[in-house]
Write a protein that binds this ligand. Structure first.
Ligand code: C5P
Length: 411
């Protein structure tokens, strides 16, 4: 989809600009939104005006830029309530860490936060900040809170930052934001649905420098997350440590251990329609994590006592208002028998079985072939790229979700 396709024809977009260096891209964004057919009203926070002048955005949008909450003249014209009602979408780009914190707190201490409180339109944020600020526990907690309240996240992307750091926190490019905004109005097969997906390995600490883990690359889970976002789902990816980039329009929550993945999944699952467990979760973790690095002793062998981790997907399937719940069965033998056993034992709606003993497909490869197993039978999808396979799986799952009673229980 491109901006020239008028993908936002007749849509009224309230563009909120907050105080980050990426605010200079908002000027281009105004133009791109208009090229796609949207009417744009711009609201700037005081901090945003330190980076770019209201005059620039006024000239580009063709409308006066709104900056004051308590300006009698402005309120007499298009005040915060009128702006909140006017918008088909409130898009905040860039959204700083400070703005996310204020939004999460429900504050209304400037025009933009007041509009966010008053509007019935969807609110989408394009976060932009230093990677350290993005990873900060407070920002991550605010992110989780906003996602829970159905605020939509566009990005952030990863890469070089204005401060010289490299990592997540870059604002998506204007055209990507236009596409993402258009996607909200163009219903895909998963439009209006929320998907939570786990991916990648987990790491179970032995001591401060050692851990138990596995060879999962996370590629299949990330491909599914990308395909789901393309299909219009509000997609939350709960990821163990991987080398992969976050797909566009996917909100990623980083975890390390199985316990952390369990907690993030249980927090996100009650609000979702579809849960896919693609992570290779460690079944066991060391019973004790040594506080200091373990030293080599005289013994020729030592024993590590392991305790069982919670089964994440089974816990989701056991929720009273469960989402449609899908697990993977990565096996090296007796694929279908193990997959059927998993379907029953974990009370899943569907199992995606794949043979990880085959080096052409599975764990680290770019290709995969799978067999879908549910109570009605099996369906084989032959070898193809993980991206293609993911699109097909998402299309199949969207079809099942429409028919399945579990999808109604989630709402
Ligand atoms: O039992 P097994 O690990 O073979 O089951 C695999 C499926 O269960 C995968 O979907 C995996 O993501 C999920 N799983 C989980 N939590 C665990 C173990 C596995 O969600 N502790």
């Amino acid at each position: 989809m491109s901006a020239s396709s008028q993908s936002l024809a007749n849509k009224q977009i309230l563009l909120g600009v907050t105080g980050g260096i990426a605010a200079y891209k908002s000027a281009d964004l105004v133009r791109r939104l208009q090229d796609a057919g949207a009417s744009v009203q711009v609201v700037m926070t005081p901090a945003a005006q330190e980076f770019i002048t209201p005059l620039t955005l006024q000239a580009l949008s063709g409308n006066p830029v709104h900056t004051q909450l308590l300006d009698p003249e402005a309120e007499a014209g298009m005040g915060h309530i009128q702006l909140a009602r006017w918008a088909d979408l409130v898009l905040i780009a860039p959204a700083t860490a400070d703005f996310m914190a204020r939004l999460a707190q429900g504050m209304g201490n400037d025009l933009l936060t007041s509009i966010c409180l008053a509007t019935k339109a969807p609110i989408a944020l394009a976060p932009a900040m230093n990677q350290g600020m993005w990873h900060n526990a407070a920002t991550q907690a605010n992110l989780e809170c906003l996602i829970e309240r159905k605020v939509i996240m566009f990005g952030p992307a990863e890469g070089g930052q204005a401060c010289g750091d490299v990592g997540p926190g870059r604002m998506l490019e204007p055209l990507q934001l236009v596409d993402a905004a258009a996607g909200l109005f163009t219903p895909g097969s998963l439009a209006g649905k929320t998907l939570v997906i786990t991916a990648g390995p987990t790491r179970e600490a032995i001591d401060p420098v050692r851990y138990l883990s596995n060879h999962s690359s996370g590629k299949m889970g990330y491909a599914l997350a990308e395909a789901a976002a393309e299909a219009g789902a509000n997609t939350i990816l709960i990821s163990g440590p991987t080398q992969l980039k976050t797909p566009a329009r996917v909100t990623r929550i980083d975890v390390t251990s199985a316990q952390e993945m369990y907690e993030a999944s249980m927090a996100a699952a009650p609000d979702c329609d579809l849960f896919i467990a693609a992570a290779a979760v460690a079944d066991y973790r060391p019973a004790q994590v040594a506080s200091q690095k373990l030293k080599k002793g005289a013994e020729d062998s030592i024993t590590l006592t392991l305790v069982k981790n919670p089964d994440i997907v089974a816990s989701i399937a056991a929720l009273p208002r469960r989402p449609f719940t899908v697990g993977f069965a990565a096996e090296t033998e007796q694929l279908l028998e193990h997959a059927r056993a998993k379907l029953q034992r974990k009370k899943l709606d569907l199992v995606i079985a794949n043979n990880v003993g085959d080096t052409q497909i599975g764990f680290n490869s770019d290709d995969n072939a799978v067999t879908l197993v549910d109570n009605s039978g099996i369906q084989a999808l032959s070898q193809r790229s993980k991206t293609q396979l993911a699109r097909e799986l998402i299309a199949i799952l969207a079809g099942r979700l429409d028919k399945h009673p579990a999808s109604e229980q989630a709402k």
